[in-house]
Each structure stands twice: as structure tokens, then as C-alpha cells.
Design a protein around this ligand. Structure first.
Ligand code: NAP
Length: 273
């Protein structure tokens, strides 16, 4: 591999895509070498740097990743589940690494991610912020200490444009807590409440979703007992926090051959027991 890691950004006209182009360009040792958008986009042919608001980079936005295969070492993909699946197939065939931030993947799409990792190295994480990944660790500890004696509720808020709910991060938080308590999230999750719900069952894990304004991303987990409550909260105020995490993941995965990893691996949190 050349000294400089060549990065392709999928969905370069999106909210995360623009931020990613900026973050990659700011990072020593990485360069934006390709960018894509969907085939109907009005941004095709436009310079990805201009779209990101940082001035021209000499990288025109293309309509499909297959037009730029061989021009990148790592793809960073924050698009839609269908686009991510298409790009993943191309990366697998071309043996290119990929960092997937797209949320809302179905169970079979998640399975396809795991299968692709037989041939290529990839990082797949619903939230690439360092702070959120630290929170996953804190949640595991809180669940172990308090879990069976408290009611656990996960409250998340995002901007009005977000299309999936609950957020991928909230679901991951639920999985981390359920795993720590030996519960199966599919059996215990309760999504929103309305009408005559009856009293709360202790083993359930509740999810509440807020969609409002330009909220970048907020998550609070309640561990509520009689007489006291612990809350673990993460608030993202800028998309750059996710983009920097994705760039860190791209640098980290560039040196690997195959396997599926998450941000806990990238940050070395899995080694800390
Ligand atoms: P967005 O603004 O809608 O960006 C998605 C972009 O992908 C859009 O520009 C869209 O184009 C484009 N796109 C659609 N199909 C494509 C294709 N086939 N090829 C290339 N580009 C295509 O959404 P966002 O807020 O940036 O979020 C994108 C994804 O990242 C979501 O799943 C979100 O939940 C996730 N996310 C993850 C993290 C994390 O840390 N993992 C953080 C933030 C967001 P059109 O708009 O023209 O359709």
C-alpha cells in the first residue's frame, strides 16, 4: 500500500458525507481519492471538496462506486442500507476495506456484512464517536452492578431528517445492556408505550424516540430504582465527532486483511476486559 491511504467517500453530498470529506482532508496520511452520490443526484461531476465547503480537491463526484474501483484503499460509507449493500459487494469483489456507518440495516443485511468480512477487513459501527463507545463500556458496568434491581429505559433524540428509529446507537446500547444481564433484547425490548400498558415488567428494556429540529444525536440511559436513579448520557453537538471516529477507523483498518471489527476494537476498548 502507498504511504498515503486513499479514501473514497460514499454519499459525499449527504450531511455525514460532506463532513467526512472535510475530516479525511484534514487528516495527515489520508487523502480523498474518490466520491460518489446516487445516480439522480444533482451533484454528479461536482468537486467533492466544493460540496464539502473546503474548496476543490480535484475529486469529481461519480454516480457509482464501480467507476472508481482501484482508485481507493478504504471506502467510508454513511449512506442508506441498500446503497451500503451494493457498495459492500463491490468492495468485497475488489478486496477493498470498508468502514460502514450506515444505520438501519436489517438482520439479513447485517448477516451480509459479517459474510463479506470473510474476504475483506471492515469496521461496522452504528456510532463512531469516541464518547459513545466509552459509554458502551460504562453501560456494561452499570448493568452488571444495578441491572436486576432497576428499570432500564433508553431515551434518544435526533434531527427531523433521520429515517430510522430507534437509532442504531440506542439499539446497540440495548444489546450491550441485555448481553451484560443475560437477557435477549428481542424478547425484552419495548418500543414506545401508548394506551393501557399495565404495570412495567422489571426485565424489559424500554426505548423512547424523539425527532426534533437539528439535534445531532443524544442518548440517555436510565437505571431507575426506588429511591435513586443513575443516568448515563451522551450528547453529540457536531457531526465532526462521528467523522473523526470514522477516519480513525479507516486508518486502523487499512493495515488489516480481513475480519469484522467495531469501534471498540478500533479504540482498543475490547482489550480492557
Ligand atoms: P443523508 O444526509 O441523507 O446522507 C446520505 C447520502 O447518501 C445522501 O446524500 C444520499 O443521496 C446518498 N446516497 C443515497 N443512495 C446512494 C448511493 N446509491 N450511492 C451513493 N450515495 C447515495 O444522511 P446522513 O445524516 O448523512 O446519515 C447517513 C447514514 O449515516 C444514516 O444511516 C445515519 O443514521 C448514519 N449515521 C451514522 C453515524 C455513525 O457514527 N455511525 C453518525 C451519523 C449518521 P440523496 O439524499 O440524494 O438520496
Amino acid at each position: 500500500m502507498a504511504d498515503e491511504i486513499r479514501v473514497a467517500v460514499a454519499g459525499a453530498g449527504g450531511r455525514m458525507g460532506r463532513t467526512l470529506v472535510n475530516a479525511v482532508h484534514q487528516t495527515d496520511g489520508l487523502a480523498v481519492s474518490a466520491a460518489t452520490e446516487q445516480t439522480e443526484s444533482g451533484l454528479l461531476g461536482v468537486d467533492a471538496g466544493d460540496v464539502a465547503g473546503i474548496g476543490p480537491l480535484g475529486v469529481a463526484i461519480r454516480s457509482d462506486l464501480d467507476e472508481v474501483l482501484g482508485e481507493f484503499d478504504v471506502l467510508i460509507d454513511f449512506t442508506t442500507p441498500d446503497a451500503t449493500m451494493h457498495n459492500l459487494r463491490l468492495c468485497r469483489d475488489a478486496r477493498a476495506r470498508t468502514v460502514i456507518g450506515t444505520t438501519g440495516l436489517s438482520p439479513s443485511q447485517r448477516e451480509a456484512v459479517s459474510e463479506a468480512a470473510i474476504d475483506i477487513a471492515l469496521v461496522y459501527a452504528p456510532n463512531m464517536s469516541v464518547g459513545v463507545n466509552l459509554c458502551f463500556k460504562l453501560l456494561e458496568t452499570a448493568a452488571r452492578v444495578m441491572g436486576d434491581d432497576v428499570d432500564i429505559e433508553i431515551v434518544e433524540a435526533h434531527h427531523r431528517h433521520k429515517v430510522d428509529a430507534p437509532s442504531g446507537t440506542a439499539l446497540r446500547m440495548g444489546e450491550v445492556i441485555a448481553d451484560a444481564l443475560g437477557r435477549d433484547l428481542n424478547q425484552v425490548a419495548v418500543y414506545g408505550r401508548q394506551g393501557h400498558t399495565g404495570p412495567r415488567e422489571r426485565q424489559t428494556i424500554g426505548f423512547e424516540t424523539i425527532r426534533a429540529g437539528d439535534t445531532v444525536g443524544e442518548h440517555t440511559v436510565w437505571f431507575a430504582a426506588d429511591g435513586e436513579r443513575v443516568e448515563i448520557t451522551h450528547r453529540a453537538s457536531s457531526r465532526m465527532t462521528f467523522a473523526r471516529g470514522a477516519v480513525r477507523a479507516a486508518k486502523w483498518v487499512a493495515g488489516l486483511e480481513r475480519g469484522q471489527f467495531d469501534m471498540q476494537d478500533v479504540l482498543g476498548l475490547n482489550d480492557q476486559g
